[in-house]
Ligand binder design. Structure first.
Ligand SMILES: [Zn+2]
Length: 370
């Protein structure tokens, strides 16, 4: 049986491979920039591609509310609508269930969301969630799941995980067929046994990949890694593994070491708009006075347009002046930074030196004074 994911090399539990989609291959480990509203904020799609990423994440729930699935379908699908002819993964809206402000009710049939735009209500069943994403023409569709916030009582978390499993079965039955990949989502709250059981259940439904959901939501890093390790132990080796929402260098490398393949995070672009650049030595605030007369680049080793063309002093000046070019340049840099981290991880895994690569990167973070 052929699967969409092929492993090319393993090093310990870390692995590098390729996820084959209808719009091309995704090299893993892969970082996916987030384009919630069918755009990576402020960036042209060609610029996003030039950072070295293979795939974007868009949010089908937000797009269903605005501008609506019908319009995007008439425009030729999400790829044509947003001018990105490369792989796209869509979020189902499950993550929004954590944010009570946007949810009216959740029951076994599905959820009723309240639009943050106009207060209108949208009922989404597991079948609807898969159907919306398929109509958008996304390459990788995500199941509707029911994550819970950190600190949720164990009993509530258990109910949400059981509901996630029932919804996963219904989403699996609604798989639109060839041309679309459908990923299940394992939950389990913050209990290692529940995490293991959920991963085993969802993995058993024969999805094209499985995501670990409901983590990196404020729990201690040790808890997050323990839950990840428990989950990964039950996931099939021949399917892609996606950690939903992870964006710091050391956490990404820790997850790759456990055998994760795909990641997304809004943080790199959100930080960029706030004037914070990611560097191998950690976060650099371009708004700080230290950057005022610094005529060096953000990262001398980075090939991006921000680092090859502009100084820290200039970027700080742009932020101080409220110029939007600052947002564009630092967003491009931050995405490039994570794309290069993934590239470095892939090479290191192929060469059998991932542990050294990780230790070197973590060492640079620790060695940099804050
Ligand atoms: Zn750069």
């Amino acid at each position: 049986m052929t699967t969409a994911f092929a492993t090319e090399a393993v090093d310990g539990d870390a692995r590098t491979g390729t996820l084959t989609t209808a719009h091309g291959p995704v090299r893993t480990p892969a970082f996916m920039p987030v384009g919630t509203h069918a755009t990576v904020k402020a960036l042209h799609p060609d610029e996003v591609l030039a950072t070295g990423v293979d795939i974007l994440l868009c949010n089908a729930y937000h797009l269903a509310l605005r501008p609506g699935i019908d319009l995007i379908e008439r425009a030729g699908g999400l790829h044509a609508f947003m001018g990105w002819d490369h792989p796209i993964l869509t979020d189902s809206g499950g993550y929004q269930l954590v944010s009570l402000a946007e949810v009216a009710t959740v029951d076994d049939d599905g959820a009723i969301f309240v639009s943050p735009y106009d207060g209108s209500r949208l009922r989404v069943t597991p079948e609807d969630a898969v159907g919306y994403q398929a109509r958008l023409g996304a390459d990788v569709l995500m199941c509707l799941d029911h994550p819970v916030a950190y600190g949720t009582a164990a009993e509530i978390a258990r109910e949400a995980t059981e509901r996630t499993h029932r919804w996963a079965e219904r989403c699996r039955a609604a798989h639109p067929g060839d041309g679309w990949l459908l990923f299940g989502i394992a939950q389990g709250g913050f209990d290692a046994v529940a995490r293991r059981e959920s991963a085993r259940f969802v993995s058993g439904l024969d999805f094209d990949g499985v995501a670990i959901g409901g983590l990196a939501v404020g729990e201690p890093v040790e808890t997050m890694l323990a839950m990840t390790e428990a989950s990964v132990a039950e996931l099939a080796a021949d399917r892609a593994r996606y950690f939903m929402g992870l964006g710091t260098d050391s956490e990404l490398l820790a997850a790759i070491a456990l055998g994760l393949d795909m990641f997304d995070c809004v943080v790199p672009t959100r930080l960029a708009r706030n004037g914070t650049a990611l560097t191998p030595g950690g976060r650099l605030s371009l708004r700080n006075a230290a950057a005022r007369e610094d005529l060096g680049p953000i990262d001398p080793g980075c090939p991006c347009v921000a680092c090859t063309g502009f100084t820290r002093a200039y970027l700080r000046h742009l932020f101080q002046s409220g110029e939007i070019l600052a947002h564009r340049l630092v967003s491009l840099h931050n995405i490039t930074h994570l794309a290069r981290l993934m590239d470095g991880a892939r090479s290191a895994i192929r060469d059998g030196r991932f542990a050294e690569f990780r230790a070197e990167r973590d060492g640079r973070l620790l060695a940099t004074p804050r």
